[in-house]
Design a binder for this molecule. Structure first.
Ligand SMILES: [Fe+2]
Length: 266
């Protein structure tokens, strides 16, 4: 935490029964740290999703190190950037179509992604639609198991792949809903700090060293089963490792466009 006692009173994590347009606006504006909706998905829905996992193709596990498969379903645009930051389109669309087909084949009911998007659209007052590239809808709704934590980083599609979508985005939000949580650990930390060029001196692997956020206000959220969380990922954030148990979430981004629409991608 900061050595200074001056805190931003608006940078808090709100617990609420439902997302509202005001929450979305305040997250987009960058004043609010996060909004959490407990029991966004009920227990039977989480259970049904976990039971359907084996019908999804998953990847990246090493039986020598990890006793259970790590769930990693669906392509994230971030992982398809070439040397100069451009999208590796051929590889991306191939994997996106494969994931879409696998998702429909798995037949998860209720469909947690559809439920989430419908509720967010209800809050905003207009349906959430996929971001498009050359008129083609990108993949939204990855499933990620993050047990080993994630480094301090930020997400900003306008910096990662400028001008990628047909739509212009003025703010980006990150959505997560947990269908499995560990008994301890696995908290999400969000700092009141956005990337500045001077942060580059702290680069480390795909993320940044703790010095980047050392003097910045922080909120921590430990996920509970069925929780949904929205935050502005332009703020640096990280995931604490969990030694036991599985931390599994559906994840996608929302973008607020210049025409006031919410679009989604992963
Ligand atoms: Fe992130």
């Amino acid at each position: 935490m900061p050595h200074s006692t001056a805190l931003d009173p608006l940078f808090t994590a709100v617990n609420t029964a439902a997302f509202t347009d005001r929450h979305l606006a305040n997250l987009a504006a960058g004043t609010l740290a996060a909004v959490r909706v407990p029991d966004f998905l009920d227990k039977p829905t989480c259970r049904a999703a976990m039971e359907a996992l084996h019908r999804l193709p998953t990847a990246e596990y090493d039986l020598a190190r990890v006793p259970t498969p790590i769930v990693r379903f669906g392509p994230a645009l971030n992982d398809y950037r070439g040397q100069r930051g451009q999208l590796d389109a051929a590889r991306y669309w191939r994997d996106a179509e494969t994931a879409r087909a696998a998702w429909h084949r798995a037949g998860m009911r209720p469909d947690p992604i559809a439920v989430s998007l419908a509720r967010l659209g209800g809050a905003w007052g207009a349906a959430v639609t996929p971001a498009t590239i050359g008129g083609r809808a990108v993949f939204g709704g990855t499933l990620r198991e993050i047990n080993a934590g994630a480094l301090i980083h930020y997400d900003d599609i306008n910096r990662e792949v400028p001008g990628l979508f047909d739509q212009e985005i003025v703010a980006q939000l990150a959505f997560n809903v947990w269908i499995s949580v560990p008994a301890e650990g696995g908290a999400t930390a969000i700092w009141r700090h956005r990337w500045e060029p001077t942060d580059e001196r702290y680069r480390h692997a795909y993320g940044y060293r703790p010095e980047t956020v050392a003097d910045h206000q922080q909120v921590n959220l430990t996920p509970e089963l069925g929780d949904a969380l929205l935050f502005n990922p332009a703020n640096f954030h990280a995931v604490e490792p969990c030694p036991h148990g599985r931390r599994i979430a559906f994840a996608f981004f929302l973008g607020l466009t210049t025409t006031g629409q919410l679009i989604t991608w992963s």
